[in-house]
Ligand binder design. Structure first.
Ligand SMILES: [Zn+2]
Length: 317
């Protein structure tokens, strides 16, 4: 990738069992450290950085051209200064042991390296075997802690973000942000391009064939499912003369809802009810957005933050 939704460049660190967490699981410690060819000493380690991140975004997994399944994660990097946006890629999330799969709003610690090709300032590549899971931020007190965290993150009008990225990515050019639509967005549901679907299904079939050869049935993860629909938000941001934005939603939760309702005759209405009304009515909702590495001026909706709409008040933490 790092495209959030499309084909990505090949990479080698997401094969099953390689990118394991380093949390307290007997399966994940010393033997995987020894077996992991990526965990080399000396020169490579010198470029690693340790950090703590609260996960805010889990994008739907994608299959790369060489049939690796990965996903992008974004969150808030914690430190001495104010929290900063960060992107983690690639993360082979569904290949992690179940107890090691982190949740949204969970604090994690890990080592990362700067990616070789991705120039976006927030992008980092996780180092295999270094992930530690910690507590998950609750929604207690009207989402006070989550609200406090997100309130410190970089926010901008969508139009300004597009403009800043027109000349390409690089230091000082934000590629992740909080965006505040001036009114609740409209959910657009359209069919995916047939050629794109054909390619995605070819990859999914390839993974299924490989899986059936090498894996025990009880250990298999659910097959990769190609979703034939595109879900987009249409909205205007706070910039004067905003021309209106149409952005694909890559939040994993959107596809999860589609899977739950797709067999009902009114599934599109149900999805619109959720994403146009329930996430917005009586709530102080904002969008998390991020761009695509190969098309920096093209942004996607990575997630929705929908705390209850309460009068502003000081938050004691
Ligand atoms: Zn705009």
């Amino acid at each position: 990738m790092p495209n959030w939704e499309g084909p990505g460049r090949p990479h080698s660190c997401s094969r099953r069992g390689v990118w394991r967490c380093a949390s307290a699981s007997p399966k994940s410690s010393p033997d995987t450290l020894i077996k992991d060819p990526k965990r080399r000493p000396m020169a490579v380690i010198s470029t690693e950085t340790e950090m703590e991140v609260v996960v805010l975004v889990k994008a739907a997994p994608v299959l790369t051209r060489d049939l690796e399944e990965t996903m992008c994660v974004a969150g808030a990097r914690l430190g001495e200064d104010a929290p900063q946006w960060i992107r983690l890629h690639p993360v082979p999330f569904r290949d992690l042991d179940e107890e090691q799969r982190f949740a949204k709003y969970q604090r994690v610690a890990l080592s990362v390296r700067r990616p070789k090709a991705d120039r976006r300032p927030e992008s980092w590549s996780p180092v295999p075997n270094t992930l530690m899971l910690h507590e998950t931020m609750t929604t207690n007190d009207q989402w006070a802690r989550r609200r406090h965290l997100v309130g410190q993150l970089f926010e901008a009008p969508m139009c300004d973000l597009v403009e800043a990225n027109r000349s390409g990515s690089g230091p000082g050019t934000p590629s992740l942000a909080v965006v505040r639509p001036i009114e609740p967005p409209v959910l657009e549901i359209t069919e995916r391009d047939p050629e794109q679907l054909k390619e995605w299904r070819r990859r999914a079939d390839g993974v299924a064939a490989r899986t059936s050869l090498f894996d025990e049935p009880e250990g298999r993860k659910p097959e990769f499912e190609v979703v034939p629909w595109r879900f987009r938000y249409r909205y205007r941001c706070s910039a004067p003369n905003c021309p209106t934005h149409h952005q694909t939603i890559v939040d994993w939760e959107v596809l999860a809802l589609w899977r739950r309702v797709r067999n009902r005759p009114n599934w599109q209405d149900l999805m619109r009810r959720k994403f146009e009304i329930q996430l917005w009515a009586g709530r102080d909702t904002v969008l998390f957005v991020g761009n695509q590495e190969q098309r920096p001026a093209s942004f996607l909706v990575l997630g929705t933050f929908w705390p209850p709409d309460v009068p502003s008040q000081g938050v004691l933490l």
